[in-house]
Write a protein that binds this ligand. Structure first.
Ligand code: ING
Length: 307
């Protein structure tokens, strides 16, 4: 029997430094209305979808908090929650969260009733705390965000089991397997991936999109789960380009829908949450085939152990 849901990845193009949140939210609502017209039930927005991707800057400490949300929904995001409820559409939203004096890179899953089902805080925080000399653009996520404290969770939602990850998390197989061991059927992951992030950029930056697709296809296949991957992308200022390549990937590792621009773009697919069953009960039948007693090193140490 099928358990279908119509999902959409609402890819968000450049958000300029001075672009007010209210304008960005209007763009998000426009994408949601387009999605609703197509019959989409769950609209997925990217990581840090409300402001320019500020970790490229070395900010004065007095500037940092203006990029963060003190509440969700808050004054500028309430219209998005209201419109979603009117349309009867659920959504996923990534944003910078200020919780007391703690700064997190966060995402929420919101039901069709406009209520927040779950919250996730990004576990793997890449980049550096201090600027790297000689770089025109920095990647200072470790300066601005604490490592997330929620862990990787799966919620019963939208007729299935839904989990979240954020950006760099998708590169770590542990992310997918911890979700997989909780029976996840749909992983929603947003990203902001600068195409100029790699050291020795030019030899490797050409592989950035391959690594993105590889991470999602492997994660989906090895855990029998769907993924909606969605980018905050485009040239946010001259010479700073964030990768697009939003995509919807099946539990068989197949890309079933792929964005082709680096601007605001909606891609969608009707996905059958039952499609992962043959993977979960077959080649990756964890109960039957996994050998956790041999894997202890994975959770006991953070560095490769010289054997
Ligand atoms: N961005 C990048 C990402 O993991 C990065 C950082 C880029 C790490 C390229 C390694 C290589 O997609 C975020 N926001 O994590």
């Amino acid at each position: 029997m099928q358990r279908s849901i119509h999902v959409g990845a609402a890819q968000v193009g450049p958000i300029y430094k001075e672009e007010p949140r209210e304008e960005v939210v209007e763009r998000l609502i426009g994408l949601m209305e387009k999605a609703a017209r197509r019959g989409v039930e769950l609209v997925c927005y990217p990581e840090c979808a409300l402001t320019t991707f500020f970790p490229r800057y070395l900010l004065d400490s007095s500037e940092v908090d203006e990029y963060f949300e003190r509440s969700m929904p808050g004054p500028s995001t309430q219209p998005l929650f209201d419109r979603a409820k009117e349309l009867g559409v659920g959504f996923h939203l990534g944003y910078a969260e200020l919780n007391g004096d703690r700064h997190y890179n966060t995402s929420v899953l919101v039901g069709k009733d406009g209520e927040i089902i779950g919250k996730y805080r990004k576990a793997h925080i890449p980049g550096s705390r201090d600027p790297v000399p000689g770089r025109k653009f920095q990647h200072l996520e470790r300066r601005y965000f604490l490592e997330g404290n929620t862990g990787f969770k799966v919620w019963p939602a939208f007729g299935g089991r839904v989990g979240m990850a954020i950006c760099n998390d998708r590169r770590w197989p542990e992310t997918w397997r911890v979700l997989g061991l909780q029976g996840v059927e749909l992983v929603i992951v947003g990203w902001n991936t600068p195409l100029t992030h790699y050291r020795r950029a030019y030899e490797y930056s050409r592989l950035a999109e391959f690594h993105n697709m590889l991470s999602l296809q492997a994660g989906c296949y090895q855990n029998g789960a769907w993924a909606v991957g969605v980018a905050h992308c485009g040239e946010e200022e001259p010479g700073y380009v964030l990768m697009g390549q939003s995509m919807i990937v099946s539990p068989w590792g197949e890309v079933v829908s792929l964005a082709t621009t680096i601007g605001d773009e909606l891609i969608d697919a009707v996905i059958d949450l039952e499609a992962g069953r043959d993977i979960k009960e077959g080649v990756f039948n964890f109960e039957l085939y996994r050998r956790p007693e041999l894997y202890k090193v994975i959770s006991e140490t953070s560095r490769s152990k010289a054997s």
